[in-house]
Design a protein around this ligand. Sequence first.
Ligand code: ADP
Length: 485
Amino acid sequence: MKLIEIINKRCNCKVTQVIVKSPMGERIAYRDIPVDNFKEYSIYLHTGNVDLEIMYSADKELSEEAVSLLTDLIDVYVENRATWEIAENVSKSPDIYAGRATLDEMVKVTTNALVYSGLFDKAAVMFFNEKLMELRGIYMTSIPPYTEEQVKVFRNKRVPVKKSIIKQLQEYNKHPDDIERHLELEDKIFRSIDNVQLTNPLIIAPMMTGNKIYGILITYSNNKYTNTHIFTTRSTARLLNTMMMAVISNQKYEYTTSFYKEIESEMRSKQSLVTLGNYVATIAHEVKNPLISIGGFAKRLMKAVTNEDLKRMAGIIATESIRLEHLTEDILSFSRKRPPKKEKIQLTKLFSEIRPLFETRMAEHNFKLNIDIPYDAYIYADIDQIKQVIVNLIANAMNAMESDGTVTISFQEKDGKTSIMISDTGPGIPLEVMPNLFKPFFTTSNSGTGLGLPISRKILNNHNGDLTVYNSKHGAVFTVTLPAE
Ligand code: ADP
């Protein structure tokens, strides 16, 4: 038998050209074919874009053994040609190669490759939309004489899918070698979505990563239904699945890396804040005592001098030193690491101690403080620390409000958490202020230190709780959350 006869018999395609070049020479050696018999001449099958190289000796009839080896080889070639074709295309598409491509791009390359391999007239991928139980045709490649119009019809086609089909698709990959079963399944699957109205459907293969189905690969041709086509589609589907896996894990990797980077930079800024906080705390500690003396002496001066100008100046020294004293106290309490001493606190009792602290301000500005808390509401917290938080939040609310405003305190217990809400009728938190609210030293007030909210949040975090904020219709709402014991 002559080589060309074998080729034409085994390849379901016409050999169009014999050329001298091949990407597959290595594979012959790899398949352990005794190439010694076939030296001298090289023949290259060229039926699409991929070539097969076979070396043979022209002066001899091929032995039976050689015929069988070559037949095998050609079968492998034909079977995998589309897959190799795709692999070729993949290496040409830098984004896919580097794992940066999207699924869409990858699928497009695959369908193109299937058609241009010459075995199929059309190839398409339908993405599977779990929510809607439908398949959406996205990519379709077809070679003339199909019109652009026909391609378009397919591209945006929506196909309802029954649940049983998904099960069948899942079955498909469980038995990779059971061809009979596959044919049966493919037939069933196709019949159940045959309102796609495509001509000569040939093969449907699922696209999966692990157990998840992303869609189906459909290939069809005007040629007869042959095993070769089935093999090709199946190995293509496998390659496609591997590529999908690569794309998806790359996307996950990128997501994780960027997430990690974010955390890292956040940690770094937190770390530098801690270092800065330690310096500042040391300075605050050193500054506090002399400040107390300065303030005390200024007060004594105020009383001792008779000159009005000097009295006024001493007064300024006294008030300013009190302000600085508060600042140093805030700084110290921010950097102090005292663990909370938790106890059961009845909230109505706590608020009966807090309310008097605001009586003067309420009278001056006609503020109202509505405390809407049930008698049997309890929290578990360090009483001094939680008092500091609540006083701070009420003071902030009053600072933000015009005269006649109202601060409302309410309580909620839900999902193992207790919450105290402090809402005001002020202007709310401006959007640009929101991201900075809990950063140390951020303040919009001339007399503020910008430490009230960060200290409060830190205290609550030490209690395994949190401090959050949102703007309601009326003003800002701060929520203190604590675990219910
Ligand atoms: P300070 O009160 O010393 O400025 P805080 O950390 O307590 O420091 O508050 C930081 C900033 O948050 C305030 O300067 C103010 O701009 C804003 N803020 C806090 N509470 C409220 C509120 N209830 N309504 C509007 N803005 C607020």
